[in-house]
Design a protein around this ligand. Structure first.
Ligand code: UD1
Ligand code: UDP
Length: 350
């Protein structure tokens, strides 16, 4: 049986690593890389260090507006699907690459498999929320990471072929965490374990609003701790555009985006994580590191309910208070058993 996987953004490479490994024991898998992310430290590095098979097709769409980017992917993916006639089209998460892959396949009656189905922020201003809703509604197999995701789908009358199999990012963390222990990033940065805050920030709702960015930066200035920030290219560009100078933030090391193993090491050794990333919120949870989320809502509600994650939006006072607030650091398991990739493969083989 033939399966075509569409990936294009950093978190999708990481999710595809364990799933491809499991799928390829039983399926012929072809990979389409849309080219949504293209810098070597946003793309190639993950293929190399996680042994993800080289893409069979590379669309090189690059960056542009939502419509142009998604449209270009759609046209190209459709052409490949017509030529290859796969038994399934598989997509991950909620990016423009996800939506383009799902739409292209659904229109020509190729069964769509959505991994990380059912997530909702209930905020339609987020491009990701539109991508998720649309993708879930044209999918034939919906693999949910949590019970909340199953309930969200039920509330939209999606109940057929919905499976809670756990989170494939947990599979990736379990597979790679020992390897991440060998990373030298802590020594190389000259920082001490459990004595720094790890920052990531890239959501359009934050980066595209100069007032929010200024408030967040003000909070960073007030936090008298060592801070490490692997900066997303979107955020770097926006800060330059707003004329915001990060050199004014004491104790901050801004670094280029890092590979997955260095990133896992940075999460594991952090005192706390401050982020607006979906994936990083979960990784902090898997690794029992307290998280402060720079958003007003999260799709990963279990992390908040279990006291692992504080939602603070872009309110400077709330951000600072949350960072200094004592937190527990052992969280119950709610993201499955780390064997989601095998479970997906088994279901698709039936
Ligand atoms: C995308 C996803 C988001 C996901 C994130 C993961 C959508 C709508 N958004 O956001 O859900 O959380 O990926 O990181 O699909 N850029 C580069 N080099 C690159 C990639 C991007 O310089 O390799 C810059 C460009 O200026 C580009 C900007 O980043 O315009 C945004 O990139 P884009 O892929 O449109 O969205 P992300 O913010 O990365
Ligand atoms: N990540 C990484 N290097 C970095 C920043 C993040 O490898 O410099 C990893 C992170 O560990 C997680 C994934 O990228 O596995 C999250 O991607 P991102 O935050 O870009 O997107 P989101 O999860 O919010 O969609």
């Amino acid at each position: 049986m033939k399966i075509i996987t569409v990936i294009g953004a950093r978190p999708q490479f990481i999710k595809a690593a364990p799933v491809s490994r499991a799928l390829r024991k039983h399926f012929d898998e072809l990979i389409i890389h849309t080219g949504q992310h293209y810098d070597s430290n946003m793309s190639d590095i993950f293929f190399e260090e996680l042994n993800i098979p080289k893409p069979d097709y590379h669309l090189h769409v690059g960056s542009s507006s939502h419509g142009k980017q998604t449209g270009e992917m759609l046209t190209n993916i459709e052409e490949i699907l017509m030529k290859e006639s796969p038994d399934y089209l598989l997509v991950y998460g909620d990016t423009n690459s996800t939506l383009a892959g799902a739409l292209a396949a659904a229109k020509i009656h190729i069964p769509v498999v959505h991994i990380e189905a059912g997530l909702r922020s209930f905020n339609k201003k987020m491009p990701e929320e539109i991508n998720r809703i649309m993708t879930d509604h044209v999918s034939d197999y919906l693999f949910c990471p949590t019970e909340t995701a199953v309930k969200n789908l039920k509330a939209e009358n999606i109940t057929k072929n919905v499976f809670n199999i756990g989170d494939v990012m947990y599979d990736a963390v379990l597979y790679n965490r020992n390897l991440a222990g060998n990373s030298k990033i802590i020594q190389n940065l000259g920082i001490n374990s459990k004595d720094y805050i790890l920052i990531t920030l890239h959501r359009a709702e934050n980066t595209d609003d100069p007032n929010k960015m200024l408030a967040i930066i003000d909070a960073f200035k007030e936090i008298e701790k060592t801070k490490v920030w692997p900066i997303h290219p979107r955020t770097k560009n926006k800060l330059e555009q707003y004329g915001i100078n990060l050199n004014e933030i004491p104790g901050l090391q801004v670094i280029d985006p890092v590979g997955y193993l260095d990133m896992l090491r940075l999460v594991m050794d952090a005192e706390k994580v401050m982020t607006d990333s979906g994936g990083v919120q979960k990784e902090a949870y898997f690794l029992n590191i307290p998280c402060v989320t720079l958003r007003d809502e999260t799709e990963w509600v279990e992390t908040v309910e279990n006291g692992a994650n504080l939602l603070v939006g872009s309110d400077a006072k709330k951000i600072v208070n949350a960072v200094y607030q004592p937190s527990n650091s052992s969280y119950p398991s709610v993201f499955g058993d780390g064997k989601a990739s095998e479970a997906i493969t088994k279901i698709l083989m039936k």
